[in-house]
Design a protein around this ligand. Structure first.
Ligand code: COI
Length: 370
């Protein structure tokens, strides 16, 4: 009989060396971690074992563990915020747990009860509560991870796994903060493809994307814009989803557009939140909110017709990342910014909508979990 993941079986081993918070101005994204981590082992025979919160530290793994050879690894990224009234909340953790289970199922790792992992993550956060930074732009980045640990070079379904959660106090993802970035459109490499796993948060999706990013940066761009197929559809930017704003010059009608979830696009929680908020706030004032295919050629054409209004990336880490320029072949497409500012009008507004909810200025349904 396999046991289910059960938060009530949690054991806590507290650190003997608690640390002090790092000052906000010294936080570098994902470089330092809180005092504790959560680990839960799984075996095919027993199912999920007792969850343990223990001092943060190295894992001991057999070098034959299948994670090292065949990339049995998936992860999530979500954040906990210290709100303006000093409560600690997680932003839409149910969405991350749902996606984590989908990723697990896709690479034959064990699935689990999402609510139990949310509870356990809550306990982990509580344990290191004093290390969660405060202030706008600051938060605790939570990294749930699941790996296959079967010791074998045979390729097959793992019969052992380890789920762990580590937490990193963070400030702005980019050292430059909320600053518009320049992108190089990449059409010589492909991030994801139909029938592939681009919609899953697998570590194996990320490593191959670094070289094209470096190549873009050698040519003077900060990030790359992933194109797909002969149509040169715009899919994602760097490790984020991407949004464009167009304006129909005849009707004056504005459109917010992002690529549809066709299996090649990561099902971003920030992406979903932006679409929801845009439908609530912009549809009533006659905007179109669309998940549809759009290509770099459309962006070029609309830029020529003064119909390109703004563009931004969206993700948990950077939340909203404004775009100022896109290089593609001989084109240098300028994306308008507000005069003297680092983003367009809607980009700024979207960033405020989200941050108001995350820091507790505004309530939105059950998006913030205490
Ligand atoms: C995000 O939250 O935007 C990411 O996916 C970034 C993460 C890989 C650091």
């Amino acid at each position: 009989q396999q046991s289910k993941l059960d938060a009530s079986r949690l054991r806590i081993i507290s650190t003997k060396e608690p640390t002090q918070p790092i000052p906000n101005d010294q936080l570098v994204f994902g470089k330092t971690f809180t005092d504790h981590m959560l680990t839960i082992e799984w075996t095919k025979e027993e199912g999920w074992k007792d969850p343990v919160i223990r001092p943060y530290g190295p894992l001991t793994l057999d070098p034959a563990s299948c994670v090292f050879h065949y990339a049995f690894e998936l992860f999530e990224g979500l954040k906990a915020y210290r709100t303006i009234d000093d409560k600690i909340t997680m932003f839409r953790p149910d969405m991350n747990m749902k996606r984590m289970n989908k990723s697990a199922h896709r690479i034959c790792l064990p699935t689990f009860d999402s609510d139990e992992l949310i509870k356990l993550t809550g306990e982990l956060i509580k344990q290191d509560k004093h290390l969660i930074p405060s202030g706008k732009g600051y938060s605790l980045y939570i990294r749930p991870t699941l790996i296959g640990t079967t010791s074998t070079l045979g390729v097959g379904k793992p019969d052992k796994a380890l789920l762990f959660v580590i937490n990193s106090p963070v400030g702005p993802y980019y050292k430059t903060g909320f600053k518009a970035v320049s992108l190089e459109a990449t059409d010589y490499a492909t991030r994801a493809w139909p029938g592939g796993v681009g919609d899953k948060k697998l570590g194996a999706n990320y490593a191959p994307c670094v070289l094209p990013q470096l190549q873009a940066s050698e040519r003077g761009y900060q990030q790359n814009l992933w194109l797909f197929g002969p149509e040169k559809y715009i899919t994602e930017v760097g490790t984020m989803n991407v949004f464009f704003v167009f304006k129909n010059s005849k009707t004056g009608k504005k459109e917010l557009v992002t690529a549809p979830l066709d299996g090649t696009i990561l099902e971003g929680v920030t992406r979903d939140s932006i679409l929801t908020l845009a439908k609530e706030n912009l549809s009533p004032i006659n905007w179109e909110i669309n998940e549809r295919y759009f290509s770099i050629n459309e962006v070029i054409d609309r830029s020529k017709n003064d119909e390109l209004v703004e563009a931004f990336g969206s993700g948990t880490a950077a939340v909203v990342s404004p775009i100022k320029e896109i290089g593609y072949r001989d084109y240098k497409i300028k994306v308008p910014l507000l005069p003297g500012e680092q983003s367009g009008e809607l980009t700024k507004l979207v960033a405020k909508w989200i941050s108001d909810i995350q820091y507790g200025n505004v309530q939105h349904g059950n998006w913030s979990k205490i």
